[in-house]
Design a binder for this molecule. Structure first.
Ligand code: GAR
Length: 225
C-alpha cells in the first residue's frame, strides 16, 4: 500500500511541521509530505521545507477576490498532489468551507490548550489568565466551528504559579511534538473512527498513547489485564 500523503499548512515557525518531518525520517510515521503550503512568505516553515527538499507553495489570501477563492485554490493544490490528510501546523487562519468540504474528516489541527477550554488565539495565555492548574494540547479534526471538531489525542501539563505565557508554551510545545505525529500515525494506519463527536481508536493498545501521556496506574487502566 502506498504511503499516506500529507499536505501541511503552516504560517510561522513550523516546529510541529519539523516534528512530523522527524517522525517520518526516523520511521515512527509511515507517510510522505507532499507539500507545504504557507500564507506567509517569511514563515520559517519554508526554510525547513527547503532544507528537507519538500515542495512548498506560498499562497496569499490577498491575491484572491474572496476568502472562499483562497481556500478553493489551496484545496486544488492539495488534490493535485493526491493528499489524503491535511495537517494544520500553526496555520493561523480559520479554515474556509471549500477546504473543509473538499477534505471531510481529513483535516487535523493542533491547539495549545485542552479543548474545549481556551479555543482561538493564545490558548496558553488564556489558560494562565484563567488560573487553571492543568493545561495541555489537543489534536482534533477540523470542522466549521473554531477548534470544535472531534478530539483525537490530548496531553496535559501542569501550570505553575510563576508561569508566563512563554514558559507554559514551551512546556506544551514539547508535548505537541509527540502527540501530533502520533495522531497522524493512527490516521495513516486507518485506525481512527468518528462517532458523532467521539473519536475511537480501533485495536487500541495502551502503548498507542503512552508516549504522550504517562501510564495510568494499573488498577485504573482498563486496557491492562
Ligand atoms: C503551536 O503552539 C500550535 O499549537 C499553535 O501555534 C503554534 C505553532 O507553532 N496553534 C494555534 O494556536 C492554532 N490555534 P509551530 O509553528 O512552531 O508549529
Amino acid at each position: 500500500m502506498s504511503n499516506l500523503k500529507l499536505g501541511i499548512l503552516a504560517s510561522g515557525r513550523g516546529s510541529n511541521f519539523q516534528s512530523i518531518i522527524d517522525a517520518i525520517s526516523s520511521m515512527r510515521l509511515k507517510a510522505e509530505i507532499a507539500v507545504l503550503i504557507t500564507d506567509n512568505p517569511l514563515a520559517f516553515a519554508v526554510e525547513r521545507a527547503k532544507k528537507h527538499g519538500i515542495e512548498y507553495l506560498v499562497i496569499r489570501p490577498k491575491e484572491f477576490a474572496s476568502k472562499d477563492d483562497f481556500f478553493i485554490k489551496i484545496a486544488e493544490e492539495l488534490k493535485k498532489r493526491d493528499v489524503g490528510l491535511v495537517v494544520l501546523a500553526g496555520f493561523m487562519r480559520i479554515v474556509g468551507k471549500p477546504l473543509i468540504d473538499a477534505f471531510p474528516n481529513m483535516i487535523m489541527n493542533i491547539h495549545p490548550a485542552l479543548l474545549p477550554s481556551f479555543p482561538g488565539l493564545h490558548g496558553q495565555k488564556q489558560a494562565i489568565e484563567y488560573g487553571v492548574k492543568i493545561s495541555g494540547c489537543t489534536v482534533h479534526f477540523v470542522e466549521e466551528g473554531i477548534d470544535t471538531g472531534p478530539v483525537i489525542i490530548q496531553a496535559a501539563v501542569p501550570v505553575f504559579q510563576d508561569d508566563t505565557e512563554e514558559t507554559l508554551s514551551e512546556r506544551i510545545l514539547k508535548l505537541e511534538h509527540s502527540i501530533y505525529p502520533e495522531a497522524i500515525r493512527l490516521f495513516s494506519e486507518g485506525r481512527i473512527e468518528i462517532e458523532g463527536k467521539r473519536v475511537r481508536i480501533k485495536e487500541y493498545v495502551s502503548s498507542d498513547i503512552s508516549i504522550v501521556n504517562p501510564p495510568i496506574p494499573k488498577s485504573l487502566n482498563p486496557y491492562i489485564a
